[in-house]
Design a protein around this ligand. Sequence first.
Ligand code: FEO
Ligand code: CA
Ligand code: CA
Ligand code: CA
Length: 677
Amino acid sequence: MSQQTSDPKIYNKSSNPSITQVMEKEVSRRSVLKGSASLAAFSFLSGLGLSGCSSDSSDDTPVAGGIELGFDSIAGTKIDAVSVPQGYTAQILAPWGTPLNNQANDWDPDGNNTSTDQLNAMGMNHDGMHFFPLKNSATEGLLCINHEYINCDHLHPNGPTSPGDKRPAEEVRKEINAHGISVVHIKLEDDQWQVVKNSDYNRRFTAGTTMAVTGPVAESSLELLKTKYTTEKGDHKLARGTNNNCGNGHTPWGTYLTCEENWPDYFINHGTMDDKQERIGISDSVTRYSWETVDDRQEKETGEFSRFNITEGNNPEEDFRNEAHGFGYIVEIDPYDNKSIATKRTALGRFRHEDCSFGKLTEGQPVVFYSGHDGKFEYIYKFVSEALWNPADANPVDRLTVGAKYMDKGTLYVAQFNEEGKGRWIPLVESTSATPVGGTLGDKIGTLAEILLNAPLAGDLVGATKMDRPEWTAVDPESGTVYVTLTNNDERAQGDASNPRPDNKYGHIVRWNEGASATEFTWDFFLFGSDDSEDAQTNLSGLTASNEFGSPDGLAFDDRGILWVQTDGGEVDSTNDQMLAIVPSRISAPQDGSPAVNTDNQDELRRFFVGPNGCEVTGIAFSADHASLFVNLQHPGNWPPANGTTDATEETPVGFNVRPRSSTVVIRKVDGEPVGV
Ligand code: FEO
Ligand code: CA
Ligand code: CA
Ligand code: CA
């Protein structure tokens, strides 16, 4: 079940064509082409993730020697517990409020923990996540976990308060500290993963943690980050903290990437809004939790709360007009060095980043990162590094220096999806033509730093394709094909008879292959979500009760080639949100333009996991031996049972109401063998 966490407003007012329009034309045209002259028109598909597959579109014979799912699709469930296939276990690990050190008191089921407790304990609403092994171990490592937002009703004993319209400082501090990222040292002992309390590795990052900012926005002579606080510190290349860390990524050199998504909802401008602030979604009337209303006399440091009010005052040295320029980035964290400073990489653009994945690496070629902007009719981006990949950088002494090498200089592109499966990456640089308005991005927006700072506006000006809420990206480790979840879009224009997907209620997955140059790609449809009760015009992938799903969101390949799909608010009648698995290399893409997963092969898509009532299933990580699969359950409704059990399959007793806790769940096989196969 979805919570209203994404911003439902449409900020993209451009007249760029949306993928839904392209899709309507495509599906319509493809059904006409089906079985006839389509082969030539869709010859681009031959390169799409088909290594080892038959070229016969009707032949779904498994690839010899390829990986195969080793479980049967499980039934959908709607209970206050998780469901896993037979022969599997599911363990609750590190739920919200778990102390990371002795500075935190134990989690209080009545909600009375303090802001200091919260700063030293697991945050709320677990989301993106990655497992970093210690000494190459599969049984000991560091989990980096995003905490996207909070549920105030559960965080505080009796919900939030605003006496006299001012939020109390202690409550807001606790809220800030429940956001952010946890780095938590974990260890497998006696078949149970444990948090290593008081480990030197354990860390929290919040909106109160000072961070470095690098890349063009930081280097700009315009001092785009200058605030009263940075002036006081004498350093205009820093940002105060991170927020709304949704999806994640990691790098080939062993660092964590955390992605700032719905941060604009936390800033307010009571003065004159400029077009750029409106485009990104900053409000002139309300913020998510009204943090800016705390009486500033209660601030522990300059602008602790008042910085969320970015109304212009006398000058940037005395106000926080530029504070929001420090948010909206991919943030790099070195989890292995507890003294390291988290670093915001501005060259990858500023928007509502959902997640970030790197493309298949080739020695001597640039490193590429993909990231979607989760918003209705927003865009998909890629960053191509200036530096060329040197495999020696996979094991560096100083990871953040390698991060600077590959992530601070390069080119940000925005995607244009065209008909016949062709696509174009448009560079967001000063010299790029602004179409159809004329001139260049430099003329219309300004320097490279200003273009990156306003990447969605730049996308508008170059004709980028409006997508149906891009969420996670994932890269096939073998073929390099890139997949993206487009979760849903209830404001897509009504279609006609030739449009099988009005309103895109269930979402879909598109994939692409890079072309011969950095500006070309080819794409096709991989999978459409649907309830199984929908007709064939909607249920384009032929889903059944065994695998019906909606609102694909979390998405990741493991390095064996299994693609894991997680859902957020998927409106299908038989089940709560879930995680499914599929091996794309086993599927031959039909060459008539219909989706790769269809009635002929949909048995390849299998439901692996179902979450408890009310939750979203998001975030995925693996131990190197694939024996432990970590997923996160965000905002469960009445779970876990609060009886001390660590068994995630144990149901909260009927009639028993708990203070719910987001949590990691570790899925293992009873026999300890790799999961999924
Ligand atoms: Fe935070 Fe778009 O999911
Ligand atoms: Ca159904
Ligand atoms: Ca998400
Ligand atoms: Ca979502």
